[in-house]
Design a binder for this molecule. Structure first.
Ligand SMILES: [Fe+2]
Length: 290
């Protein structure tokens, strides 16, 4: 039987150096709602109060990831398992809990030092999300906010934390030929989304390689590509379709230098029938790097 695990990536926090650029980018290109608070932006794109918090702390990188646990009992089980693996886990302050809009929270750090918040609670917003750019909607719900790809200096340590600790399951691997040699990317899931997290063993300081937003309709990706070009956003990878999750997407450079993948049509995993495999290329077609 699978381990009790986290059930979704609920939110992420980004420390940015140019909040004004993020506000413009999020509203006009991503097509998400931006709530501005002192020194921070709260990006909303579904029924939750916010999914991405952008602060002005200047790292231009991810500074925190929040993983939902479906109950307090799962939260405590996952926290206890992390402690048994040697990770420090501490209870959150009332201030942390209020700032995230959650019910209960435990805090730890992954082996690369990224702050990880494990929480319970629905974080529901009042009123419905309306995209300022006319996006028909984003695929979230039980699948969480989308996915993120982290660069990890020590893949074995990262696997231990995310798989043995948080309970992520292997989806598949992609072997990529790069100027640095062959890289093995590891794709992990904790709900039907093909991957909520992927680990790239690339020794670079920036932890976040990219995050992905999945649109409800295919045309949203095309309109998004047009908006990115119209606003002078650099397209990092052309439109393409991935081998493993079949996402049709393009990649664009965010104001913090890492990419956002904007895609449609990712497959979903049923653990009862899923068989892990590996691929020797990331894309069936397209995704040419610019
Ligand atoms: Fe991706």
């Amino acid at each position: 039987m699978a381990l009790e695990s986290v059930s979704a990536l609920g939110y992420i926090e980004i420390g940015a150096s140019d909040l004004a650029a993020w506000k413009q980018y999020a509203t006009a290109v991503l097509g998400v709602e931006v709530l501005e608070n002192q020194g921070e932006l709260l990006l909303r794109y579904d029924e939750e109060i916010w999914r991405i918090r952008v602060t002005d702390s200047g790292e231009d990188d991810i500074t925190c990831a929040g993983f939902l646990c479906e109950s307090e009992s799962v939260l405590l089980t996952v926290a206890a398992r992390l402690r048994s693996l040697g990770f420090d886990v501490t209870g959150a302050s009332a201030e942390d809990i209020a700032r995230r809009g959650v019910e209960a929270m435990q805090i730890c750090h992954d082996p690369a030092g990224l702050r990880i918040e494990l929480y319970t609670g629905s974080r529901s917003a009042a009123g419905r999300f309306i995209s300022p750019a006319g996006v028909s909607g984003f695929v979230t719900g039980e699948q969480g906010l989308g996915h993120m790809v982290l660069t990890v200096p020590d893949p074995d340590a990262a696997n231990r934390f995310y798989m043995e600790g948080l309970g992520f399951l292997l989806s598949d691997h992609i072997y990529m030929q790069t100027p640095m040699g062959e890289l093995m990317l590891t794709f992990l899931h904790c709900n039907p989304r093909h991957h909520t997290l992927a680990l790239a063993p690339i020794p670079v300081p920036q932890r976040l390689n990219h995050f992905m937003l999945q649109t409800v309709e295919f045309d949203d990706v095309g309109y998004g590509l047009d908006r990115a070009k119209a606003h002078g956003v650099r397209i990092a990878s052309s439109l393409g379709k991935h081998t493993n999750d079949h996402m049709t997407s393009f990649y664009m450079v965010t104001p913090s230098g890492f990419d956002c993948e904007y895609g449609y049509g990712g497959i979903e995993i049923d653990d009862a029938t899923w068989e892990t495999t590996s691929y020797n290329a990331p894309s069936l077609w397209g995704h040419a790097r610019n």
